[in-house]
Design a protein around this ligand. Structure first.
Ligand code: MET
Ligand SMILES: [Zn+2]
Length: 802
């Protein structure tokens, strides 16, 4: 291997070997999920510790076995739960409320450290946990570190060295520890006022001030780097995903300047490992390349799944530096287009004056392990897919081409092209009837009559009281319900028995709601394992996997369906359940559908046509369902779009176009609803301010939103915008088992009425109740009904005595 003298005189490898940016940490059989949950359930920390070490070791050896060889080739991710949370603990960023409770910065891999990490992620009885937020444009969620004024960094240098040695001991070549980089750490964190109690009460201070922390933070990183070097590390990965997106609450210029300064500071550290700085989840852009190129780092990674190949001029600042070309995507499960990737590498070879290494565009943590385990998949469809292990093989094949050309490459590309051609021709991928129908859609299909006319027709049909009470759709998914579905899935319970079982659940759910005195009822969604998977299993154009788990956050894993072909609806999906529920009551029962954007957001979506087209295909299938529901007498239909905000592109320039087609698809799905059919939608995961206009443009008759966690900001934002249709700001935070008191619910309803006006407000929780238990659900809904009655009385008879 080539070696160059480092500034401190120690020989170090000059070029980063072929690599990937990261690998799933949860384990092929969700070993870490099980270990974490066992520990959280009161288990022995030693067992978690042992599971963590063996998981790390297995992964390391597995990656070497797949062919990632050479010092620095294998990424070593030490995070037990989350890479951002792990960085926070390694840097000693622990909020004061935890420190006051005796939870101080400590080695995250020790027993105390595992307790600390768990407390930060899950909270304790007295302490609110760190917030969870979406990780770039993925379905992964990270824990948001809190930066408090006056807080000091406390780098866990010895811990990082210990961790590195444990990895190195289990490995033939030197592994490469992966850490979140300093600029991204600051941008992903939130600046708080340092309130000691709770966590929800945190106010925000000037976000710009966070970049002032960079020099100190880099000092802390320097400690980690020196310890790593002392432990023998030749490479370390400092990932800077935040540099590829804009839309931060800090302007671009200081971010770029801060990046340049930070990496100069880190590169100047004596006795450090080589620094590899990948910029992922988007194009790095010329300024970022310049800032990193001039800093003295040894390798930079770029995302060529999203980004274009930079020009020679843009690459000039990287002269002599290893460029890791992220030509294999890390966010989807499709095979890499071999011809395209080869072309990208050839272009880079012409333009870059320095070594080139093949890599992935992002970490592979967002894809399942191994498609070979999907024995139930149609082999023709399976061969279009690449999970993490297949992607590593792709990286290696491309690397062998890059380094001297491989004789197999040509046949590899040819096979890939053949497969693509077969895929394009596949009768389930291109369905003429679906395409013809979409081509015939015209603007009028996406328009309903004037909302004032609709309001009157609906009031006449439904006769609802002011502040109608309702829920968001799901009711507690009890162990009994899960057992029922599992037995059915395994074939132990026949269709008839299953339908009877679910009907019994629906009947109980309806009876509960009647007893509580709710105005608009739901069937409770007992038949749904998941609000997207349920529809994916019934729609044509999707396949689901058996082992395709990916980490969503903490110990929570999802198995996203694969949307591979033209979507259509072979038969009605929800009508029977809804109709059955309606037959049991004289009150209106809402039909429940999941909207096109949310179905896209929570699936692996085909890469061979624009998202907008796929979205409209789903919309047409849902439109058929809306028609059938209407025909069967359903007067209220809710089309959930909780992910509307979530799919918003990272780059501001891409947002208007996204909002246009996502709104259009929703309107296509609901456009056939008659004036007297009331269309509801439900949105959650807050920060709606940026999409208020789009929410209005959905033109739903009633919109329920999560509001209780965001301090009701959304209510005033909607009022400012002049929202005129029905609105149900969630008055009860269902994410915790706490039962809200009548007083606090009354207070929130009063607030909503005072800001939005009594005519438009609905009374409801802020999301579905499937994760709750029955006792707190009943108690909370009872209080909701009481609070609503109190506020109704105030509206009917204003407080001033006559
Ligand atoms: C994440 S939004 C959930 C909406 C769905 N209808 C439910 O009640 O569970
Ligand atoms: Zn929700």
């Amino acid at each position: 291997m080539n070696t160059i003298p480092s500034p401190s005189g120690a020989p170090r490898p000059a070029t980063l070997p072929t690599t990937v940016l990261g690998y799933p940490r949860i384990g092929p059989d969700r070993e870490m999920k099980k270990a974490l949950e066992a520990y959280w359930g009161g288990g022995d920390p030693a067992a978690l510790s042992a599971a963590l070490s063996s998981q790390r070791e297995r992964t390391l050896q597995h990656l070497q076995g797949l062919g990632l060889r050479g010092d620095g080739a294998v990424p070593a991710d030490g995070a037990a739960i989350d890479q951002v949370l792990d960085a926070a603990v390694l840097l000693g960023v622990v909020p004061a409320r935890f420190r006051a409770a005796g939870l101080r910065p400590v080695d995250p891999d020790s027993h105390d450290g595992l307790a600390l990490v768990s407390a930060l992620a899950r909270g304790t009885e007295e302490l609110a946990p760190l917030e969870l937020t979406k990780w770039f444009d993925t379905n992964y969620h990270y824990y948001v570190p809190e930066l408090e004024p006056g807080a000091r960094f406390a780098p866990q240098g010895e811990a990082v060295a210990r961790r590195y040695r444990a990895f190195a001991d289990a490995s033939a070549d030197l592994p490469r520890l992966t850490l979140l980089g300093p600029v991204s750490f600051l941008l992903l964190a939130k600046v708080t006022t340092g309130a000691l109690e709770g966590g929800a009460a945190h106010g925000r201070t000037d976000p710009r001030s966070r970049l002032d922390l960079l020099p100190d933070l880099c000092q802390a990183y320097a400690t980690l780097l020196q310890q790593l070097r002392a432990a023998g590390a030749s490479w370390v990965q400092l990932e800077e995903p935040a540099l590829a997106s804009d839309g931060w609450d800090v302007p671009r210029e200081p971010i770029i300047a801060g990046t340049a300064a930070a990496y100069r500071q880190l590169a100047a550290v004596s006795d450090r490992p080589n620094l590899f700085v990948p910029v992922s989840y988007g194009a790095a852009g010329a300024e970022v390349l310049e800032a990193l190129g001039g800093s003295g780092v040894e390798a930079v990674g770029i995302d060529l799944e999203r980004g274009e190949v930079p020009t020679a001029a843009e690459l000039a600042p990287l002269r002599g530096i290893t460029l890791a070309a992220g030509v294999v995507g890390g966010r989807n499960i499709w095979r890499t287009d071999a011809t395209h990737a080869v072309r990208q590498l050839d272009e880079l070879r012409e333009r870059h004056r320095g070594p080139i290494t093949v890599s992935t565009a992002t970490s592979l943590q967002h894809v399942p392990h191994d498609v070979a385990r999907e024995r139930a998949l149609d082999p023709e469809i399976a061969c279009w897919l690449a999970f993490a292990d297949q992607k590593i093989t792709e990286v290696l094949s491309l690397a062998s081409h890059l380094h001297g050309g491989s004789p197999e490459l040509e046949s590899w590309c040819r096979e890939d092209a053949d497969r693509r051609a077969r895929r394009a021709q596949h009768p389930r991928v291109h369905v003429a009837a679906v395409r013809d129908r979409l081509a015939a859609v015209h603007a009028g299909d996406r328009r309903r009559g004037p909302s004032a006319v609709r309001r009157e027709a609906q009031q006449a049909a439904l006769q609802l009281p002011p502040l109608p009470t309702t829920t968001i759709g799901s009711f507690p998914q009890t162990a009994q319900i899960r057992r029922l579905r599992a037995a059915h899935r395994r074939g132990e319970l026949g269709q008839e028995g299953y339908v009877d079982g679910i009907r019994e659940q629906i009947a109980q759910c309806v009876a509960h709601q009647e007893q509580l005195g709710l105005d608009v009822l739901v069937h409770g969604e007992a038949e749904r394992n998941d609000m997207v998977q349920y529809f994916a299993e019934l729609l044509e154009g999707f396949v689901t996997t058996t082992h395709g788990w990916v980490q969503s956050y903490g110990s929570r894993c999802l198995r996203p369906p694969v949307l591979f072909g033209d979507v259509h609806r072979p038969q009605a999906m929800t009508v029977e359940w809804t109709r059955f529920a309606a037959s049991l009551t004289s009150r209106p029962v809402k039909g429940m559908l999941t909207g096109p954007v949310t179905i896209l957001a929570w699936s692996f979506v085909r890469d061979d046509q624009p998202l907008s087209e796929t979205s409209d295909q789903i919309a047409l299938a849902l439109r058929d369902e809306v028609d059938d529901l209407q025909r069967s007498g359903t007067q209220i239909i809710q089309v959930d779009e909780p992910a509307l905000r979530e799919l918003l592109p990272l780059r501001e320039a891409d947002r208007p176009e996204y909002l246009r087609w996502s709104v259009d698809s929703f309107r296509l799905a609901t456009g056939s609803a008659g004036a007297e059919t009331q269309i509801h939608t439900h949105l959650c995961y807050s920060e709606f301010e940026t999409v208020i206009e789009a929410i209005d443009a959905l033109d739903a008759d009633v919109t329920t939103v999560e509001a209780s966690r965001s301090g009701f900001e959304v209510v005033s934002a909607l009022a400012r915008h002049g929202f005129s249709r029905g609105i149900g700001p969630g008055v009860w935070d269902i994410h915790s088992p706490r039962v809200p008191s009548v007083d606090e619910l009354t207070e929130r309803l009063r607030l909503a009425v005072s800001v939005l006006g009594a005519a438009t407000v609905w009374s409801n929780p802020d999301c579905g109740l499937k994760t709750r238990g029955w006792p707190e659900t009943t108690a909370s809904l009872e209080n909701l009904v009481r609070a609503t009655a109190a506020v109704r009385a105030e509206i009917a008879a204003p407080a001033v005595p006559v």
